[in-house]
Write a protein that binds this ligand. Structure first.
Ligand SMILES: [Fe+2]
Ligand SMILES: [Fe+2]
Length: 167
């Protein structure tokens, strides 16, 4: 399953790299739009399981973590919007359709296989860290992006911890 996750991620990254060559802020906005979806999906599934009486010991911790991550990702998204990342119709069209699909895939994935679902999104967060890292090589004075990159590292570590908690 981990190989499948890496394959899907690498394919998606290659497509986005091709489409967004030289358009960093638009690329970041699209990525941030998609990056929020798994946290909503995890919360939806955790709420749903709770409603069915399937609360586990880690439930409360995970719900608080994932809610905090959605808020943090929304802060990233608004920063990219302030920088003009969502100004083009074509970027909004692409991101909104991708997120619609990705959200529901994550709901099903996390419901039936939470460990690989966490693993995939940990990989996504490490990829986000790398993407911001590359941008910072050319723009070392951009402190906001540097902070966002640190946030992505924390998200990856938090997802890894969540994964270890439920195995
Ligand atoms: Fe982010
Ligand atoms: Fe993130």
């Amino acid at each position: 399953m981990k190989e499948f996750n890496s394959f899907v991620l690498n394919l998606t990254v290659s497509i986005l790299d091709f489409l967004y060559k030289g358009k960093d802020i638009q690329r970041f906005w699209v990525l941030e739009t998609i990056a929020r979806a798994p946290y909503f999906a995890f919360l939806s599934v955790l709420h749903f399981k709770e409603s069915l009486g399937l609360r586990t010991e880690s439930h409360f911790y995970l719900m608080k973590e994932h809610f905090a991550q959605t808020v943090n990702e929304t802060e990233h998204l608004t920063e990219m919007e302030l920088r003009g990342g969502a100004d083009r119709w074509v970027d909004r069209f692409l991101a909104y359709h991708l997120v619609l699909v990705y959200y529901w895939i994550m709901v099903v994935y996390y419901f039936i296989a939470p460990v690989p679902a966490y693993h995939l999104n940990e990989e996504v967060e490490w990829h986000a860290m790398e993407t911001y890292g590359k941008y910072l090589l050319d723009n070392p004075d951009d402190e906001v992006i540097a902070q966002i990159m640190l946030d992505e590292i924390n998200h990856a570590l938090e997802l890894h911890k969540a994964m270890e908690l439920i195995v």
